[in-house]
Ligand binder design. Sequence first.
Ligand code: AHR
Length: 514
Amino acid sequence: MLTRRTLSKTLLAAPFILKAQQGPLRARVKIDTERIIGDIDPKIYGNFAEHLGRCIDGGIFDEKSPLSDAKGYRKDVLAAAKDLNVTQLRWPGGNFSSNYHWRDGIGPRDQRPPRLDMAWGAVESNRFGTHDFLDYSQALGAEPYICANLGTGTWTEAQEWVEYCNGSADTAVTRERKRNGRAEPWKVTYWGLGNEMDGGWQMGHRDVVEYSKFALEAAKLMKWTDPSIKLIAAGSSNYGGGSDWIGWNRTVLDFLKNHADYLALHLYVGNNANDYPEFIASSMELYDRIKTAEGVIDAALNGVRNRKIYIAWDEWNVWYRARGANQGTGRRILEEHYNLEDALVVATFLNAFINNAHILKIANMAQLVNVIAPIFTNDTGLFLQTIYYPLQLFAKNARGKALDLFVETPRYNSRRFNGVPYLDISAAHDNGSLVINVVNRHRTEAIETTFEAQDKGFSTAVEAVEVNGPDIKSENDFGKSPVAPVIRTAAAQPKTLRYSFPPHSYTMLRVKLV
Ligand code: AHR
């Protein structure tokens, strides 16, 4: 059979007939609102703020900047973060959390002790601590998520942090909070049981049994302090060097299946080889890892009644330039500058989260400002990186129920993955409003797509927003944004919606279903 791939090879030898025989690439998508994957948890649009480089100090918080308010929060950063619709904010790390002793960050700012931060080779002033983070989360309208120190910290330290934040009984710990100016508990729901504990780079790294036992005792004390909290166990982040990432998750869940509510997983991807077809297929790895982790969770919960454990993908992003030897030094570390292809990969990750809405309930893009982040500042202002826009469009629009779609699309093989769909897609249905998010991975060709409504009909008006740019390597910077959302026109008929997705683009379509 002459498939599209063999056809292209044949036509390389006879380029003059290429146009006539090839025609446009086409895809077909069937939409049925009764075929539901699960509820989209808004917490999949979370971010992460670590004491690292200029993320907090010099990003979120800059006491000396004329752009900051009386509390030291950069007003322009807060406004950009609010407009991103950050639903959850993870803090204080990351690797930093594994040697963070939270009492260093409470009480009068000028009396807080500066400490050596061995995770990132810096000195931590501790001028931004628990009160500041929780106050900032409130200002942002984001749910706080605190990652406890299960590296060099103790069980009691983790337990007392919960008590300090959530306790209402009159104890020495809640009195301490009141003395520091906060009478009412904050009621922080989400607590991490350490960060990347499977990595040898982690301060206080343990083997899986040691970690699991330690985390179990911490979990008991934390939940006995406040039974309403949700705990996130440290799953895999270390996939390289023959590490047994599945075994790590299996053992952690064997120990923690009655205490953990989420399993935390991390994934960063990059394009070191400058191989676009391979890089743009990165979310295939994410799908594989989610599927495997779900199987491990199901196995752990086999026979356990009335318990659910979800996946918290609490660190993810493109990160490869400002890394390792190229990381930079001093305060300007992990300052990745993003381009269009990175933004497309980010959109495919968000599609993967929606397409796994039944099991994946938290996701935190790492990070929020300057450090591998959608917002980038200097002393006089900021610009929005390319990756800001897909996250913003998803966070503001893709809510409700994730739909299970029938998708017929041209595919290709990359170095690691077979059958990569050129059209990467997810759909969210919320009260008669349908939001379809589409990445056309193809570098040079548009894909003419027909959406077929199954149980309902489309109304005529279609809102279309496209994120694209002159080239896959186009970058935004101070004073220039070649990659930004553009409004397009589209219309539907009652049973069909036709749209041509341009090469290397991300498009959000919104249409009412009647
Ligand atoms: O986000 C940067 C770092 O990446 C985090 O501190 C760590 O958890 C991960 O390795």
